[in-house]
Ligand binder design. Structure first.
Ligand code: UDX
Length: 441
């Protein structure tokens, strides 16, 4: 079997490389010449543990290749996946589908009979149906199969998530002339290795698959937001959010994952998908008040993190040096999209602070997004040197191992805001710090 993946970005590259690892021949179509040249030279433009190995092994095995020639790629494949970007459209919160529909028209131009077209990007409900309509409009002479196959990849964990997923969601267009039989057969063949390890595969309709993706992400965002609210409540009434989360999570109906209180969720998916879902639901005349509240609470939370730091610094950060450990929206990624560090650092600088930041992977992508005055350190220890206060924003493992005494010796002041609860309050206080974490006494 041979497939084309349109888009060599995060989703396209990971999915393409993993399908190749499953034994399928994959050609990734990337229009950006710089990105294409990098990929062809064996350079992986994103930080994702394990991806470089899978890419190089499959390129060497002749199962994975890169091109900018969509026409010749489409000519030779059984299925084509659309994995282009769907950013938030300015103004209304909807996903911008320009790239998806442009790719669809290009595919139609070069397609042959029976081609299966699959949307992999996260797209609003109704997009798969529109893709099918465009294909038929462009090529009334051909029969097409259309499917929706949303991804559930976590950055930093994407390879494992693809190879051993909790489930696979496949939406099939059953209005195709064959009732969707070709699509079903091809998708089955593509995911054969997962059938062998008994991964649940949910075969459903196009709209259901599209909605499932949004519903899953919005639910997870809501779960995080809920525990964040409970953490704030713990701080006011007395309580330990760690134990509340554990106590709640042991109920199997709730589950223990995604109950870590923090500085608000960020990243490329949750903020974008929750906003898109609220727009979809409003348009449909059934607003999702829960998701709308989640979006608003999370925005307010990110903005409020600076106030916590200022309060800890006795009401002002003017003239003070603040060390920031962690810039990315979560560990094991270099992704800065919608990271809590962005509004926090901006605000602290406006309030007159000097920022010394360190992140193991995120400093290069952070530079264009943060004020020029930010000083980038070569290590956590260097960032802490001479600082009046220190803020932990991303729970990189290497930060957990830092010895409090060494920090204390390096810093000028003794204030720590640990927004990821990576350190033990008793130990830090014993070391002489004024220590505040999230939702813990
Ligand atoms: C997410 C989904 O998990 C994935 O299924 C989807 O396809 C894409 O979006 P990702 O954005 O990589 O993946 O990150 P994730 O690990 O889910 O974390 C999202 C955000 O929530 C991060 O900012 C993280 O710090 C925050 N988070 C997560 C918490 O604050 N607490 C938690 O308990 C979990």
């Amino acid at each position: 079997m041979r497939i084309a993946m349109i888009g060599g970005g995060y989703v396209g590259l990971v999915s393409g490389a993993c399908f190749a690892e499953f034994g399928t021949e994959v050609v990734i179509v990337e229009a950006d010449q710089d990105k294409l040249a990098a990929l062809r030279a064996g350079a992986i433009p994103i930080y994702e543990p394990g991806l470089d190995k899978i890419v190089s092994a499959n390129v060497a095995a002749g199962r994975l290749s890169f091109t900018d020639a969509l026409d010749s790629a489409i000519d030779t494949v059984d299925a084509v996946f659309i994995a282009v970007g769907t950013p938030t459209r300015r103004g209304d919160g909807h996903a911008d589908l320009t790239y998806v529909y442009e790719a669809t028209r290009q595919i139609a131009r070069h397609a042959r009979k029976g081609l299966l077209v699959v949307t992999k990007s996260t797209v609003p409900v109704g997009t798969g149906r529109e893709v099918a309509r465009i294909l038929r409009e462009e090529r009334p002479d051909l029969s097409f199969s259309v499917a929706s196959n949303p991804e559930f990849l976590r950055e930093g964990n994407a390879i494992g998530d693809f190879m051993r997923p909790d489930r696979v969601i496949i939406g099939i267009d059953d209005t195709a002339t064959d009732g969707g039989a070709n699509a079903r057969a091809l998708m089955h063949q593509l995911y054969r290795p997962l059938y062998l390890i008994e991964t649940p595969i949910v075969m459903t309709g196009l709209e259901t698959a599209e909605l499932t993706k949004y519903a899953a992400n919005a639910f997870l965002a809501m779960k995080v937001t809920f525990i964040n609210e409970m953490a704030d409540l713990c701080e006011k009434v007395g309580g330990n959010i760690h134990d509340v989360a554990r106590g709640m999570g042991l109920d199997q109906r709730i589950g223990r994952k995604f109950l870590h209180a923090g500085p608000g969720y960020g990243g490329s998916c949750f903020p974008k998908d929750t906003r898109a879902l609220t727009a979809i639901a409003r348009d449909a005349g059934t607003p999702s008040l829960l998701v709308e509240a989640t979006v608003a609470i999370n925005e307010a939370r990110k903005a409020a993190m600076a106030e916590r730091v200022i309060a800890l610094c006795e009401g002002t950060v003017k003239g003070k040096t603040i060390a920031i450990l962690g810039l990315t929206f979560k560990p094991d990624t270099d992704d800065m999209r919608e990271a809590s560090s962005l509004p926090l650092i901006q605000r602290l600088i406006e309030e007159g602070a000097t920022i010394q930041a360190f992140d193991p992977e995120g400093m290069k992508p952070a530079r264009p997004l943060l004020p020029e005055s930010v000083i980038y350190a070569n290590s956590a220890q260097e960032a802490a040197t001479g600082a009046d206060a220190l803020v932990v924003l991303t729970e990189w493992n290497e930060f957990r191992a830092i010895a409090p005494a060494k920090l204390k010796a390096a810093m000028r002041g003794a204030v720590i805001a640990d927004f990821r609860n990576i350190w033990d309050p008793t130990t830090l206080r014993a070391a002489g710090f004024t220590y505040r974490s999230i939702g813990r006494p």
